[in-house]
Design a binder for this molecule. Structure first.
Ligand code: URA
Ligand code: URA
Length: 270
């Protein structure tokens, strides 16, 4: 099937799946200024680029001359066993057998993540729900089915990308993550990202977006642009569970994921 037809078909399917009513489909935004809003600083060739005026080494997480994977790895506390791990399997084994916070004791299954260990795109949600806790896989419930439809609409399959959450254990009654839980589990995500080395991140929902970007913004203020996560362009859009309750957010989600697809194609071309 040619690309144009596939896109048109997917756009229609997206509308049916997400909006329920068939609105006219706007073409992908052709304005290059909009599609390229990152402000990645140029790498400097100054020998002292990673030193301050006094010759002291700059915090590696802030050193824009380093690759994102190294900057992100530097976020992991030095005494964490994660630091020496070299594969996602090792990380998964450790997460399964380690209690970091009380929700780790209450879970049925830890939910590390699923997909391509070398994915160029990583999707980050908030935390496992009841279905995910039962199956040990992220986004398998109703919200997950909607996420799959959103991904299919921009020609992604689960197997191409990697999907994970901020928390690897289900909070009771799906309550919001506690600060202590985020602090304990975030290094696991940092390790995953430093191993996978994606070119692009998509955070779904306000909690994931604000946690990753260290903000406390509304979803409306976070979406529609690329943020910088230690050198990785990062989009934030609505959580599929929020879309199930608020269908009026499906249209802006569609716009966000089209920007994401365009950027993905640019970053993975050639
Ligand atoms: N919601 C999330 O944020 N993550 C999941 O894995 C499932 C639902
Ligand atoms: N509020 C949220 O928590 N998530 C969304 O996706 C939108 C609003």
């Amino acid at each position: 099937m040619n690309n144009w037809i596939r896109q048109a078909r997917n756009a229609l399917e997206f509308e049916r799946a997400l909006t329920g009513d068939l609105l006219p489909i706007a073409p992908a935004d052709p304005d290059p200024e909009r599609a390229n809003t990152s402000n990645e600083p140029d790498a400097s060739d100054d020998d002292m680029a990673n030193h301050d005026l006094f010759g002291n080494q700059i915090d590696p997480t802030q050193d824009v001359t380093l690759p994102p994977a190294e900057r992100i790895a530097a976020l992991i506390p030095e005494d964490s066993p994660l630091c020496s791990m070299t594969s996602l399997d090792q990380v998964e084994q450790w997460v399964k057998e380690t209690i970091l916070v009380p929700i780790d004791e209450e879970r049925t299954n830890a939910v590390l993540g699923v997909g391509n260990p070398q994915a160029d795109l990583v999707i980050i949600g908030e935390a496992p729900g009841a279905n995910e806790d039962k199956q040990g896989e992220p986004f398998v419930g109703r919200a997950g089915q909607l996420l799959d439809k959103i991904l299919a609409a921009i020609n992604f399959d689960r197997s191409e990308i990697y999907i994970t959450n901020i928390l690897k254990s289900r909070p009771p009654n799906n309550r919001d993550p506690l600060a202590a839980e985020v602090e304990a589990h975030a290094p696991i995500l940092y390790k995953q990202l430093s191993l996978i080395q994606p070119k692009l991140l998509l955070c779904v929902g306000k909690t994931a977006g604000n946690t990753m970007l260290d903000r406390s913004s509304s979803l409306g203020a976070l979406r529609d642009t690329f943020h910088d996560f230690y050198g990785i362009p990062t989009m934030v859009t609505y959580h599929p569970a929020a879309l199930l309750r608020n269908p009026q957010w499906k249209r802006p989600t569609w716009e966000d994921v089209q920007l994401l697809r365009t950027r993905y194609d640019e970053l993975t071309a050639g």
